[in-house]
Design a protein around this ligand. Structure first.
Ligand SMILES: [Zn+2]
Ligand SMILES: [Zn+2]
Length: 165
């Protein structure tokens, strides 16, 4: 039976079952020094409130967060399309500043078969460090396999913690 995205949002998302898997929780860290990037799977769904502030929607009850922020709206599906996105943890390779940005990077999400298909594909943020203005920045997932910007000897590795969420 067809289930619309709007209906889907109002329920606790189904996160396992046919065609869907639970996200693996990974550590992202240098194999030489103590540089660590946030644990997770490289993304966090967010939705903008009425003031444009990005509210993170934590897994596995993303739907509940979205509903809390947006309330009951007739055109919830449209509002979500406009206001939702994925923030990625980022690091500036020049000044090592850490920040979050929506660069339009997409990947595994509990909504792969549902909500994510309807999310905006455009990136909302510039590829630029908010601190030093360098354009030499990378997301957590782009850092995997890359030289460590801190010790310049190690490589950033993605290591499964053994847990799923
Ligand atoms: Zn390092
Ligand atoms: Zn910077």
């Amino acid at each position: 039976m067809h289930q619309s995205s709007t209906q889907f949002l109002l329920q606790t998302p189904r996160i396992s079952g046919e065609g869907e898997v639970m996200p693996r929780i990974n550590d992202y860290k240098c194999n030489k020094c103590d540089l660590r990037l946030p644990r997770g799977w490289g993304y966090c769904l967010y939705v903008e409130d009425d003031n444009g502030k990005r509210v993170p929607c934590y897994h596995p009850v993303e739907g509940r967060f979205i509903k809390q922020v947006l309330g009951e709206r007739a055109s919830l599906e449209e509002v979500v399309r406009e206001r939702a996105g994925f923030n990625s943890p980022c690091i500036c390779l020049d000044c090592l500043h850490r920040f979050e940005a929506d660069l339009g990077e997409r990947g595994w999400s509990p909504y792969r078969l549902n909500l994510e298909r309807d999310l905006p594909r455009r990136k909302k943020d510039k590829r630029q460090c908010p601190c030093c203005k360098s354009k030499n920045i990378k997301t957590e997932l782009e850092m995997v396999g890359q030289p460590c910007p801190e010790c310049e000897e190690g490589v950033i590795e993605e290591i499964w913690t053994g847990s799923v969420s």
